[in-house]
Write a protein that binds this ligand. Structure first.
Ligand code: NAP
Length: 306
């Protein structure tokens, strides 16, 4: 049986980077007959209307989900429970509710209690983004060639899982199904802890009194600059990610700290072979990422010579 890829009505809640990118993509692929945008912010709703990226835009979340076949919550992770509570009573039987949150165990815990009988909760996480936020930062190709991880809970209807997967594939993503807890561990090492390290190194640099801010900026191309891009990511979103993926982040951070201390020892005792071996291993990982087309092979991340 082929998967039904068409939805009569899709409602997006939260029209920031991710929500507005989905809205824009839905203008290009025939997946949804009618797209409704809902956001708590009057200014965002007004901007969505100006941009013309949805058929309707409103601040009334309950009305927005009435009769929707697919609802996708695109708000910060810490706001998912509040959104689910508001929309729950307005969902029709047979509706699919999904989200794009960067953590998954917490989404299930926050949203599932508010889902009425006959509604399928199928959480998902498009592993695609930039350091920008708001409705003007979205673009329709954001998901092209990127992974979207779908994390159904036990007992989820496989047909609903397939429909959510087909939706993301139509937007250009590759999809994989994973348990919510496993997702949280994988993303802790690939995304959450790297962001924490970037926030930390940029914070340390700004506190280092013997080095002036102008020197940090002037000589940033030495590596620091790449951390600053990540450390410019949205503070609300990332505060919520750390508070809602606490266990996995702390576990990975524990391992990271041990490894960092080992490196400290290697440097202190002049153990060049250990350093060389590690740097050789890490170079191979970079090569695999490029081979699997998850980044460009261009020198200096494709910035070119200026
Ligand atoms: P964003 O650009 O900041 O947009 C979030 C939008 O949701 C804003 O318009 C915000 O309005 C609105 N909102 C917040 N709380 C709300 C509520 N209770 N009810 C209705 N609307 C509400 O954020 P984003 O980068 O698109 O991220 C959205 C989600 O995607 C997050 O869960 C994040 O973890 C996930 N994600 C992000 C990335 C990334 O790289 N950015 C990648 C993958 C997944 P206000 O401005 O009024 O707060």
């Amino acid at each position: 049986m082929s998967t039904e890829t068409h939805f009569d009505k899709v409602t997006l809640i939260g029209l920031g980077l991710i929500g507005s990118s989905i809205a824009r993509a839905l203008r290009q692929v025939p997946v949804a007959a009618h797209v409704v945008a809902a956001d708590r912010s009057e200014a965002v709703v007004a901007r969505v209307r100006e941009l013309g990226i949805a058929d309707e835009a409103t601040t009334d979340l309950g009305a927005a989900v009435e009769n929707a076949d697919l609802v996708i919550a695109c708000v910060p992770v810490g706001a998912m429970g509040a959104v689910a509570e508001v929309i729950g009573p307005h969902l029709k039987p047979g509706a699919i509710v999904s989200d794009v949150g960067s953590t998954k165990g917490s989404i299930v815990a926050q949203m599932a209690p508010h889902m009425p009988q006959g509604v399928q909760l199928i959480p998902a996480h498009p592993v695609a983004g930039t350091e920008h936020s708001g409705p003007d930062s979205g673009f329709p190709e954001l998901f092209h060639g990127r992974w979207c991880i779908i994390t159904p809970t036990e007992g989820a209807d496989p047909a609903a899982v397939d429909r959510v997967a087909a939706f993301w594939q139509a937007l250009g993503s590759k999809t994989e199904v994973m348990a919510p807890d496993h997702h949280d561990l994988v993303l802790a090492i690939t995304s959450h802890v790297p962001h924490l390290i970037a926030y930390n190194i940029v914070g340390t640099a700004s506190d280092l009194e013997q080095v002036t801010e102008s020197e940090v900026i002037k000589f940033s191309a030495g590596g620091f600059r790449d951390f600053t891009r990540i450390a410019a990511s949205d503070p609300t979103m990332w505060r919520d990610v750390f508070l809602h993926n606490k266990e996995a982040v702390l576990e990975v951070l524990g391992r990271f700290t041990e490894d960092l201390i080992a490196l400290q020892r290697n440097i202190r005792w002049g153990q060049g072979d250990q350093l060389f071996d590690l740097f050789t291993r890490t170079r191979a990982i970079r090569r695999s990422i490029i081979d699997q087309r998850q980044d460009t092979a261009d020198p200096d991340f494709g910035r070119g010579r200026k």
